[in-house]
Design a protein around this ligand. Structure first.
Ligand code: NAP
Length: 256
């Protein structure tokens, strides 16, 4: 796990900084949905896709967070629409898709970024409810979002999907077993969808970040002892930053 963490962080830094300095309008005319995009990695991805010319629909559970994110992105002259979408709620996912079509007329790019982790401890101590929540939100909701958006990408002649997994998907992080397994499941989901989506000219790729400094990772980054132990394996001796993930996602979109 640690070797992969080192690799991910150093590669992402190189890619991230190069791409940030090369923002273009290469996604002009494209429409993107990014889930859980009012903060952290999702917000940075929404911002970057917007800077690269896409119209972006941002969403998360809380209206006040959606409003704040939309205001910040519009202040940067980005073309965005915001809506509430708890990815675990069927009706919210349907509304996200409908609003995207109503506002921007189609869907070309889907970034499934939302995930939860309600459990920290030895894997066998995870309750059935916690297990269900992790798999409903992290895995099933991702699948249902892709299933719901594919017909609209087909209508446009193709598209691109990015699923946010984690280095934990390759090597489980201690005390985060069920979350890690859900991220491994996403790697399997991506691979299982590749051939079917390819016949529709839809690409699907995964992003597996190392430890990125966000609200989500605070338990790891803010406790000095844990942070030190993680950083001792990172040559740059720092955590990744959300925009470094965003450059990779934008790069992943290959215009037809
Ligand atoms: P974050 O900074 O905590 O951002 C959380 C965002 O998700 C907020 O916009 C939040 O807004 C929204 N959100 C939370 N629950 C949601 C739900 N059920 N439905 C829709 N939106 C929801 O998280 P992050 O660190 O950027 O993580 C983003 C993704 O990267 C996750 O898939 C995570 O597993 C992955 N990842 C993170 C790291 C890391 O070190 N940070 C490493 C590897 C992978 P509301 O509160 O308004 O809903």
């Amino acid at each position: 796990m640690l070797r992969r963490l080192v690799f991910n962080n150093s590669i992402k830094r190189q890619l991230g900084s190069r791409m940030t300095s090369n923002s273009s309008q290469k996604l002009s005319g494209k429409v993107a949905i990014v889930t859980a995009s009012t903060d952290g990695i999702g917000y940075a991805i929404a911002e970057r896709l917007g800077q690269d010319g896409a119209k972006v629909v941002v969403s998360s559970r809380k209206q006040k967070n959606v409003d704040a994110a939309v205001e910040k992105l519009r202040a940067k002259n980005l073309h965005v629409h915001g809506t509430v979408c708890h990815v675990g709620k069927k009706e919210d996912r349907a509304s996200l898709i409908k609003q995207t079509l109503d506002q921007f007329g189609g869907i070309d790019i889907v970034v499934s970024n939302a995930a939860v982790n309600p459990f920290f401890g030895p894997t066998l101590d995870c309750s059935e409810e916690q297990w269900d929540k992790i798999f409903d939100l992290n895995v099933k909701a991702t699948f249902m979002l892709i299933k719901g958006t594919v017909p609209h990408m087909q209508t446009r002649g193709g598209g691109s999907v990015t699923v946010v997994s984690s280095i934990a998907g390759y090597n489980p992080i201690p005390m985060l077993g069920p979350y890690s397994v859900s991220k491994t499941a996403l790697l399997g989901l991506i691979k299982s969808l590749v051939p079917q989506l390819a016949t529709m000219n839809i690409r699907i790729n995964g992003l597996a970040p190392g430890i990125i400094e966000t609200h989500f990772s605070q338990a790891l980054t803010s406790i000095e002892e844990i942070a030190k132990s993680i950083l001792s394996q990172v040559p740059l001796n720092r955590f990744g930053q959300p925009p470094e993930c965003a450059g990779v996602v934008s790069y992943n979109y290959c215009p037809r």
